[in-house]
Design a protein around this ligand. Structure first.
Ligand SMILES: NC(=O)c1ccc[n+]([C@@H]2O[C@H](COP(=O)([O-])OP(=O)(O)OC[C@H]3O[C@@H](n4cnc5c(N)ncnc54)[C@H](OP(=O)(O)O)[C@@H]3O)[C@@H](O)[C@H]2O)c1
Length: 280
């Protein structure tokens, strides 16, 4: 069964990765990442904004897993957009992680001078400090514009994707630029009734799987890498046990009907959300 997706760089990115957003307590973060690595996760997703890169780095080092077997992602925050600031921010992130390189470096949001930042991260990629460059929360219009202005296309676009927000409208643009989608908030961040949805519950019952596992399996069957986050060891394990069953075509079709075509919070195109993120 497929466990990774191939990026335009040729690198294999695991289909299930461990999310660390809002794991602010560094001891809890270190313990959770250690649990995830022990259970079998090889992709860890962090960000400058999460304030937990040091804890992620410690857990990785203490795991004893060879660095080349891991896939580490971090992200550039909006306060450091622009060429010079982005270069410095990447070095700071690498320092905090205690790593020579990250496997994937993402522009966290399409706000500020992300064109200057893109030049800096592409340069870092040529220097081997970053193995792949990508974006996050870039909708089709922003992704297209960035791609048209540059020779290097984003390898990944990390987006909110789950059964209530399926993102089929992104598929043509992603295909055009060879950009692989990755799902943040695969459980809609607990902001909706997704995990109690009766269609998903009944599909899970057929396979002896939880609704959370159905959401993740639906994503990876679409070839979308997913980043579930939990600080509870039993859930960290549950969220990784999605490679031993397969949703039928009828299940996939039933889930397709759940699409509400809107995020759990505000879209990135809403000025109120631009302001909210600016003041975070
Ligand atoms: N690029 C971006 O802008 C962006 C934005 C948001 C997130 N992300 C990334 O994507 C990752 C995932 O997104 P997210 O953390 O926001 O939301 P999420 O993974 O959709 O949801 C996390 C919530 O689900 C709960 N949960 C986890 N596993 C569960 C299970 N098996 N059953 C029931 N509940 C479960 C967690 O609680 P417990 O911890 O108590 O288990 C937590 O409250 C983040 O951690 C981050 O790495 C990126």
């Amino acid at each position: 069964m497929k466990t990774a997706v191939t990026l335009s760089t040729g690198a294999a990115m695991p289909l299930i990765g461990f999310g660390t957003y809002l794991i602010n307590d560094l001891a809890v973060c270190e313990r959770s990442v250690s649990d995830a690595l022990e259970i079998g996760y090889r992709l860890i997703d962090t960000a400058q904004f999460y304030g937990n890169e040091e804890a992620v780095g410690r857990a990785v080092r203490n795991s004893g897993i060879p660095r080349k077997e891991l896939f580490i992602t971090t992200k550039l925050w909006i306060s450091d957009m622009g060429y010079e600031k982005a270069k410095a921010a990447l070095e700071k992130s690498l320092d905090k992680l205690g790593m020579d390189y990250v496997d994937l470096y993402l522009i966290h949001h399409p706000f500020g001078d992300y064109y200057g930042a893109w030049r800096a991260v592409c340069e870092a990629c040529r220097e081997g400090r970053v193995l792949a460059v990508g974006v996050s929360n870039f909708y089709a219009d922003r992704l297209t514009d960035l791609a048209l202005q540059n020779d290097v296309f984003p390898a990944v676009d990390q987006l909110e994707i789950h059964p209530y927000h399926q993102r089929h409208e992104m598929e043509d643009s992603l295909r055009e630029y060879g950009t692989v989608p990755q799902a943040w908030g695969p459980f809609s961040q607990g902001k909706t009734d997704l995990l109690d949805n009766p269609v998903l519950v009944s599909i899970g019952e057929k396979y002896g799987k939880t609704t959370a596992q159905v959401c993740l399996r639906w994503l990876i069957q679409r070839g979308i890498s997913a980043l579930p986050k939990s600080t509870r060891r039993e859930r960290i394990r549950e969220n990784f046990e999605v490679f031993d069953f397969q949703l039928s075509a009828a299940d996939m079709a039933a889930i397709a009907l759940l699409d509400r075509r809107k995020p759990a919070g505000l879209p990135h195109t809403d000025p109120a959300n631009v302001k909210r993120i600016f003041y975070l």
